[in-house]
Design a protein around this ligand. Structure first.
Ligand code: DGL
Length: 278
């Protein structure tokens, strides 16, 4: 169905948040070619139903495959929680069983074993990610001794997408959820930023929590996990082009994307607007 082999690595997010993952992946593995797709016109995915997040993500993944991508990272926790499994099990075998779609939840959970001493973990995420229970279930599987407390932070993505996260008004919403989760379980020693937008709130979050609490941003762990995956799967590694080129696609305006992307990345981006409604 999708003819071209080899091709780039695709990185998908509902908006800009996945750029925090893309940045770490590209820094770790600069030789590969990448296509980043942000569905900015339809962001946020967080409050949307399971079915809508699946439909939107499936359309985006199909588009990235059409562009020649061989391996796609869903750099969005909401999409990883609500769409990854169905895409892997139902769509991929139908499209092309040799291509791959990977998520960000599993590689994040895998590192928790080494990070937490108290074995009490806090998960911060969108309403969709938290209500899917994906983190809780994955942690139960890998680390049954851990206690997990979750908190949906529905205002955090809009604060980042609208570049309002550094304003005094943002502090109220950032603090509210941190206070709430730490009151629910004072033994938490590791807080997972279970949304790719949240690393932009890093400084604020650190300001509002006790110093001993470890804050886990996913980018580096997802990048390390991808590198490891490619070492274990030479057949996939051989399908990837290595021209050190990155392209960006957005469903919103090119100007808006280029401007916002500069908050996340050091280099200017070359971006084209696309439509992916299917
Ligand atoms: N950045 C996405 C995530 O990791 C969610 C943003 C959204 O709500 O669209 O969950």
């Amino acid at each position: 169905m999708f003819a071209q082999v080899p091709g780039p690595i695709g990185i998908f997010d509902s908006g800009y948040g996945g750029l925090t993952i893309f940045d770490k992946i590209r820094k770790r593995m600069p030789a590969y070619d990448y296509i980043y797709l942000g569905d900015n016109a339809r962001t946020p995915y967080g409050p949307r139903s399971f079915d809508v997040v699946y439909q939107f993500t499936r359309q985006a993944v199909e588009r990235l495959f059409e562009e020649g991508c061989q391996l796609i990272i869903l750099a969005c926790n909401t999409a990883s929680a609500k769409a990854l499994r169905t895409i892997q099990q139902q769509d991929l075998p139908r499209w092309d069983a040799d291509r791959r779609v990977l998520g960000v939840i599993r590689p994040t959970v895998e590192v928790l074993g080494e990070l937490s001493r108290t074995r009490h973990i806090g998960i911060l995420g969108t309403t969709g990610t938290i209500s899917s229970q994906s983190y809780t279930l994955e942690i139960e599987k890998l680390f049954p001794d851990m206690t997990v407390t979750s908190e949906a932070c529905p205002m955090w993505v809009p604060l980042v997408e609208n570049n309002e996260y550094d304003s005094p008004g943002a502090d109220y919403f950032i603090r509210k959820h941190l206070d709430h989760i730490l009151a629910a379980d004072p033994q938490i020693d590791t807080l997972v930023l279970g949304c790719t937008h949240y690393p932009l709130l890093w400084d604020k979050i650190k300001q509002f929590i006790p110093q001993h609490i470890h804050v886990l941003a996913q980018g580096e762990y997802v990048a390390a996990s991808l590198e490891n995956y490619l070492m274990r799967h030479p057949e996939m590694e051989a399908r990837l082009t290595k021209g050190s080129q990155s392209r960006f696609m957005t469903t919103e305006s090119e100007e808006k994307f280029a401007e916002a992307a500069s908050l996340f990345l050091q280099d200017p981006v070359e971006v084209s607007q696309i439509t992916i409604e299917g």
